[in-house]
Write a protein of this length. Structure first.
Length: 370
């Protein structure tokens, strides 16, 4: 069983001119300074998600149009390409996606190979599906801006994996607010604003509630209990916290940003861990004590799988310290282009030197937090 994502390639997206990442751990850390392109890489994965789910035109609209997504340093800037090579449902899956003419009339080219057999190939307006290497069906006139993965039953796992990608950029202020009963609780919002409603729903699942409470008591010393409270006057839901030795619960707006931040990340990870899809978390360390960060990393690592990778971006030494060399990628920008290097290829522990110490001493020749 493949225990890593064999390959992810992205080209032609913002500062991502051409990036090839091989053998990614299900839990991976992308460390580098602000502006190095960590967010652009996450956004590129989210862009693919919208493309396969809703089509290229809608993806371009959601990401601000061609002017906001194309690569300024790439000669053929109107072309975007991505490749994914991984194991899903015990099958080897390779998927290639190219978007041509993003600046004019976007058109898709796709190729899907499962266990070494070509299952689908498409050019603009023409899709061919295969069975045992023989043409099975052809679709002529298929919309050039819609992914053909929906036409292949064998692509259902890949479609689920790619379409269920979320980039979490938690906003503690929004997360502390109360939310009404009709708030969607299927998924934590990208900014965490529906965390109260999510917790109210998750309280019905004893196992998840117990896990959240267990992890929160590790992260927040003195915490005894947390729950939600329905407000009869306006129908909203509030998060309530109880400290050890106290019988009175206090509302979320009185707790630290770091606590609500950790709660949002924890809820997202535990709620999504059994599903296909990518969970991308920006700066999980915000407002959290270094020792608590190590526990949060353990939570993310324990719940990460090839079918549900958890990638985090950071410029914090505590997150790097909690990582393993195989999990750490250094992100830099050179000549306007984002470049990645794998710590495992250059890190050798000597004289007890820790990963974060080597990083801050620039022993990886890049990816520094400044």
């Amino acid at each position: 069983m493949q225990t890593t994502i064999k390959q992810i390639k992205i080209s032609g997206f913002k500062s991502i001119a051409d990036v090839e990442l091989n053998d990614l751990s299900p839990y991976s850390v992308f460390a580098g300074a602000n502006g190095s392109g960590k967010s652009n890489f996450f956004d590129a994965l989210a862009f693919v998600s919208v493309v396969v789910r809703m089509g290229v035109i809608e993806a371009l609209r959601k990401f601000g149009g061609y002017g906001q997504v194309h690569c300024h340093t790439k000669p053929n800037a109107s072309v975007f390409a991505a490749r994914f090579d991984l194991v899903l449902d015990e099958k080897s899956v390779q998927y290639d996606l190219t978007i041509q003419q993003m600046d004019k009339s976007p058109a898709l080219i796709e190729r899907l190979v499962v266990d070494g057999s070509l299952l689908m190939s498409r050019h603009p307006e023409a899709v061919t599906c295969y069975v045992n290497g023989v043409v099975d069906k052809q679709y002529l006139g298929f919309p050039a801006f819609i992914s053909a993965l929906i036409l292949t039953a064998e692509a259902s796992s890949l479609l689920g994996f790619l379409s269920n990608t979320i980039v979490y950029r938690i906003d503690p202020i929004k997360a502390k607010q109360s939310h009404h009963a009709n708030t969607d609780t299927n998924e934590l919002d990208q900014d965490g604003r529906n965390i109260a409603a999510m917790l109210a729903d998750l309280e019905k699942e004893a196992d998840i509630r117990e896990q959240i409470l267990e992890w929160m008591t590790l992260l927040v010393p003195g915490l005894q209990d947390l729950g939600t409270e329905h407000q009869k006057l306006d129908g909203s839901t509030l998060i309530k916290f109880t400290e050890q030795g106290s019988t009175e619960a206090f509302p979320a707006h009185l707790i630290s940003d770091g606590t609500i931040y950790a709660l949002c990340i924890m809820t997202a990870v535990l709620n999504r861990s059994t599903h296909l899809g990518m969970t991308l978390i920006e700066e999980p360390e915000r407002g959290i004590h270094p020792k608590a960060i190590a526990e949060l990393v353990n939570l993310m690592r324990d719940n990460a799988q090839v079918k549900h990778p958890i990638f985090v971006s950071t410029h914090n030494e505590s997150v790097v310290r909690a990582a393993e060399s195989k999990e750490l990628w250094l992100v830099d920008k050179k000549d306007g282009k984002t470049v990645f290097s794998h710590a495992a290829q250059s890190f050798v522990a000597e004289n007890g030197l820790k990963l974060d110490e080597a990083w801050l001493m620039n022993m990886f020749d890049g990816g520094l937090p400044w």
